[in-house]
Design a protein. Sequence first.
Length: 291
Amino acid sequence: MELPLVVGADGSESSLQAVDWAVDEAARHGLPLRLLYASLWERYEGSRPAFSTERPSEEVMAEHIAASCAERAERRDPEVKVSAEVLPDEAAHALVQASQEAFAVVVGCRGRGEVAGMLLGSVSLAVAARAVSPVVVVRGPERNRDGRVGRVVVAVGDSPENEAAVGFAFREARARGCALLAVRAWRRPAHEHRDSPRVVDDAGTAHEERAAIALTEALREAEREHPRVQVHRRTVQGPAHEVLLDAATDADLLVLGAQRRTGHHLCLQLGRVAHAVLHHADCPIAVVPHS
């Protein structure tokens, strides 16, 4: 059974951008699209007279939003199979639950009712940190959202989550028929700056060479599996979040890996780099969990 692509829809401008992105993504991968609107409108039912036959206005609005988003999706690509569902639930919880049987979950960067100045909405961040499937946060200029750049970027670090993220990035590049840029940031230890200029240069060269070797190793298996994907490598000295934000400017999608914590409350390890990228990147971001 084909897992659907799930998209959170709440009627906000950001969620409509997510719906558009999700339609295009579903078409690329030949997936059904499941639109999900979640709201706790049922909590207000208790204040209504028991004999009332009127439906709660929030429920009516939720169904209208879901239907409108489904119509928008069908107009964008009639070939994509679209379903819409309204759930009486908290939005982040509903989307995290849906991620258990999803190809990926797509959300906008801000929801309806979020403060306009917020860089990333609370629901989007919660879903990105807790979902079982990959999560795509749709943000950035229209050029990047619509895939006009022709490049997928994947961040390759030292953690074991590289494998899942790299595999996802290669599949995206293949489906889009575009190039893949693999980026690895490196930094020289602070104590090395106290040495002589020649020693500093030699040490810097050694760090860069190690970064290049690690990058090649991380890509080796995926390159064998996807020989038609054009791959470029980039090792850059500097803070990882700055390096990735710079790469995101000219990307259709930035892919990050995240390690899943074990224990009673399962969640992803979204560190400072992931938070910075999710809040500031100029393109959609895919957070891919590694089990």
